[in-house]
Design a protein around this ligand. Sequence first.
Ligand code: CU
Length: 174
Amino acid sequence: MIRHILAAAAMGSALVLAGCNAAPDSDAPAAAETAASVIAVTEPWSRETAAGQNAGGAFMTIANTGTAADRLTGGSTPVAGRVEIHTVSMDGGVMRMRQLADGLEVPAGGEVTLKPGSFHVMLMDLKKPLKAGDTVPLMLTFAGAGTVETELVVKPAGEMVPGMTHGEGDKPHG
Ligand SMILES: [Cu+2]
């Protein structure tokens, strides 16, 4: 008889504890909206290459209207063996290209312009020369946004490259 009463008391207290531990569902905080990048690529272009030239630069403006920063890490195109992200820096008066191993950051609510003499996408191991007037598909890879498809317009080689010389001095245009 006494054992039964104790057992009932133990069960009762266990039920009370369970009731205390139960979290009220209605007061649970709503899940925070996940920050994400939203990438838009405008005016993607490349320059005509000479026969035997095995790499070419690609240029564009990349805007991120999202709430999280993103990073351009690479890409692919049918016309090149591989795609790298490059920057240009001065090294003893000589402009040198360097691969950005960590990619190129595109800040949330900001944009980055890829242009000659600055950041650019490098099409390496070209399978054929780029010809003026051609369009070239380019798939860009972003750490957050994933793959963003774009299409390069190939411009004539005569287009001036600001700040870049090719050894014949800084002759002004026209
Ligand atoms: Cu380059």
